[in-house]
Write a protein that binds this ligand. Sequence first.
Ligand SMILES: *Cc1c(COP(=O)(O)O)cnc(C)c1O
Length: 467
Amino acid sequence: MTTAPPQSPPPRPPAVDRVLSWPGVQALARAHGRPMATEAVRDVLGLWRASGEALDDQALLAAVEQRLLNLIAPSMKPVFNLTGTVLHTNLGRAPLPEEAIAAMVSMAGGASNLEYDLDRGQRGDRDDHVEAWLCRLTGAEAATVVNNNAAAVLLTLNSLALRREVIVSRGELIEIGGAFRLPDIMTRAGCKLHEVGTTNRTHGHDYADAIGSRTAMLLKAYTSNYRIEGFTAAVGERELGAIAREHNKPLVVDLGSGSLIDLEELGLPREPTVRETLTKGADVVTFSGDKLLGGPQAGIIVGRADLIRKIRKNPLKRALRCDRLTLAALEAVLRLYGDPERLVQRVPALRLLTRDRASIEALAQRLVTPLTRWAGPDLAVDVVPVKSQIGSGSLPLDLLPSAALRLQPLTTAKRGRSRLLQALSRRLRQLPLPVIGRISEDALLLDCRCLEQEQAFIDQLLKAGSR
Ligand SMILES: *Cc1c(COP(=O)(O)O)cnc(C)c1O
C-alpha cells in the first residue's frame, strides 16, 4: 500500500532582491531607473502574495515589465473630443492656436523677460506682456491676469470688498461646475453677501434700496450656464451702472465666457462682449481665457485703472498669478485678435464652433468605412444629424447643427445592447489616442465637429485592426 504524497504547499514568491538580480530585471532597471524597477517588482510580488497565484520565472519577468511600463506611462495624453461639447472642461477646454503653442515652446526651455523691463534694465511686471492688448481689445483702462476666472472673481472680491457687503441679485447666485459657488467664494473672499430681489425678478430699486455705508460694490454674475425663463426681470448693466455711479460704488461683472468679438457676426448665438459690458457701465469685468476667447486657462480682469491697481496690489495676486507659459500663450492669442479677418481660421475654438454642418457630415461619411472595419460585425455604423454644444457653461441652450457617427449594436436584447455599448466606449477610450464619444439612447455617438486630425484618427483605427 502506498501513502498519498504530502500536499505540496503552493510555491512562495521569491524575495524582491533575488528578482532584482535577474538579468532581465537588471536590464529594465538600466533602461528605466532602479527605483521604478524595484517598485514594479514589489507590486508584482505583492499581487502574487495577495492572490496566491504563482508565476513561473518567465511570467514573473513579463509581469514586472508590464507593471513597469504602466508605472512610467504618461498619465495625461491627447484625446479625440467627439463628445459634441466643444469647450469641454473635463477635456481641457479650448484647443490652442498654433501661434500660442509656438509661443509657449519658445518660452518653455529658458529664461525670458517675464518680469524684466528690457528697455530700462530693471524689474518689470508680468502683466505688461498682455495688458496693452487687453486694453486695446476691450476699451478698458487697465488689465491684470490670474490663474482662472474663479481666481479672478475671488481676487476682485477680496481686493475691493474685504469685510464689506457685496450686493447680488438672488437670480445670479450661481454655481459653476460643482466647486465654484458664488456664495461660498464670497465667504472665502471675506465679503458679506447682500442678496436682493427674488430668483426670477430683481429690479433696479432692489439694488438702490440695499446700498448703504457698508456696501463695497455691486456684483453682476453672468448666468451663462442656465437661463431663467417666463416671468422674469433682471437689471441690465446700463441701469445697474447708473445706480452704482450715483452711489459712487463700483459695478463688477463676472462675465464668465467673455467674448472679445460679436459672435452673432459669425452666425453663433449672441453673447455680450467685454467691451460692450464696460461701455454699458461695468467698472470691472472678469472672464475666462479658455472659454470663448479660445486661449489658455486664465482669469482676466479688466476695467478702471484705480480698481485694477488695488487688485494688483493685493498679496493674494501673488498666490493666484499665472505662469510664463500661460502668459506667452495668452499674448499670442490676443495678438491674433488684432487681425479679425483671419481670427476665426486661426483660433481653433472659433473655427470649431463655426464649422458648417455640411463639411462635418462629409467628414463623418469618410470615416464610416474605417470605423465599420474597426468596430467589427456586431455593430452598425452610420451618420446622423446631431446638435453640438458650446460647453463650459456658455450658452447651454443654444445648440449647433452637426453630424455624428452612430454606432449601434446589432443585437436586439436590451441588456446585451447596453453592455455592448459600454464595452465599445471602453475600447475607444483604450486606443493610443483615446476617442471620447457619448451614449445617447441606444447608440454611441461620435460628433465629428471637433475632429480635425482626420488621418491620425483613421490611421489608429487601421492599426488597431478589427475585432
Ligand atoms: C466659467 C465661469 C467661472 C469660472 O471660470 P474658470 O475660468 O473656470 O475658473 C466663473 N463665473 C462664470 C459666470 C463662469 O461662466
